[in-house]
Design a protein around this ligand. Sequence first.
Ligand code: NAD
Ligand code: AHE
Ligand code: ZN
Ligand code: ZN
Length: 369
Amino acid sequence: MKTRAAVAWEAGKPLSIEQVDLEGPRAGEVLVRIVATGVCHTDAFTLSGADPEGLFPVILGHEGGGIVEEVGPGVTSVRPGDHVIPLYTPECGQCKFCRSGKTNLCQAIRATQGKGLMPDGTSRFSLDGKPILHYMGCSTFSEHTVLPEIALAKVNPAAPLDKVCLLGCGITTGIGAVLNTAKVTPGSTVAVFGLGGIGMSVIQGAVMARAERILAIDTNPDKFEMARQLGATDFVNPKDHDRPIQEVVVELTDGGVDYSFECIGNVNVMRSALECCHKGWGESIIIGVAGAGQEISTRPFQLVTGRVWRGSAFGGVKGRSQLPGYVDRYLAGELKIDEFVSAELPLEQINHAFDLMHEGKVIRSVIRY
Ligand code: NAD
Ligand code: AHE
Ligand code: ZN
Ligand code: ZN
């Protein structure tokens, strides 16, 4: 079939809207019509050329919501009409990682996914006979896409897909990092570095975990009002200080925070986020994604004296078994999503969505097909 997609032909160039060819689902695969997709900073990161796994030409996008149109041979868990959220972290339930009970990082199809290919090593997208790559196993910047069955969470059809698409990455990542990775305890003090879709979701998660103090830190003060509405209690702009921001945070919090979250992808800030943690027990969670060649550093003494560095991918959430519960919690009014949608745009304006992100004017843009 033909479908409308935003193609990234090469790094650093705007996306171009094309009618691409999409082959139907093979065994174990599913054709999904994407209804809406968020634009996450990771899409911009890969488009910039900084992603060591970034390959072109590619159809980006990994924060989608859609409806199953057709299933390939052997698919049993979804059928046409089902509402689904694509999962860049799939859940096969059978690999060593899925069975470990220790991680959400299913590895069943990770190798081919990282090469922009379906599990059989080929792409379903092409134009004029030349293959176009998949992205993070999702490619939600296409009106139709093909995914492995294990990369689909079937969700309550009562939920608006142009909102719950944000559970495909940003909101789940932030909340999950707090509840699953850090396991923030009631009464804690939390510092959040970077107030985009991820950082704001960390704030929401910290409120759910009944943290007592939540420090919202960003170089863009326009972000503070929404952070306040979500429940942040303190607001720090590093530009207002002429000393390392970790010193400022340690001073504000009687020796440091119990938990910190880096939601930017800046390795210098990752160091600050670790070093603003309380001696003896403070834990820092890296969520931000840093470019090729970047490395983190600190004095080992920071860890020797009890601070802990962790990382979190998709908030430690197992998509097929746990994401439907997030959708239900949204429907029950227990989880905020609508507030995170700052702009709604048609696919034709997707480059504007990237501009809005870079200008710091949105928490999330949602593309509606
Ligand atoms: P975003 O662009 O919407 O937000 C980033 C925020 O950081 C902005 O508000 C910006 O003003 C702020 N910022 C930039 N430099 C800063 C600095 N030096 N000090 C303080 N604040 C600063 O991005 P997002 O979509 O929220 O994504 C955040 C990061 O998380 C990205 O690196 C993204 O790739 C990553 N991410 C990781 C996962 C995961 O599973 N680990 C999932 C989603 C996104
Ligand atoms: N490909 C990059 C790393 C990108 C990365 O860290 N991705 C996160 C999700 S970001 C979503 O917005 C992730 O889940 N990683 C786990 C995985 O298996 O990819 C690189 O550095 O090579
Ligand atoms: Zn993302
Ligand atoms: Zn698995």
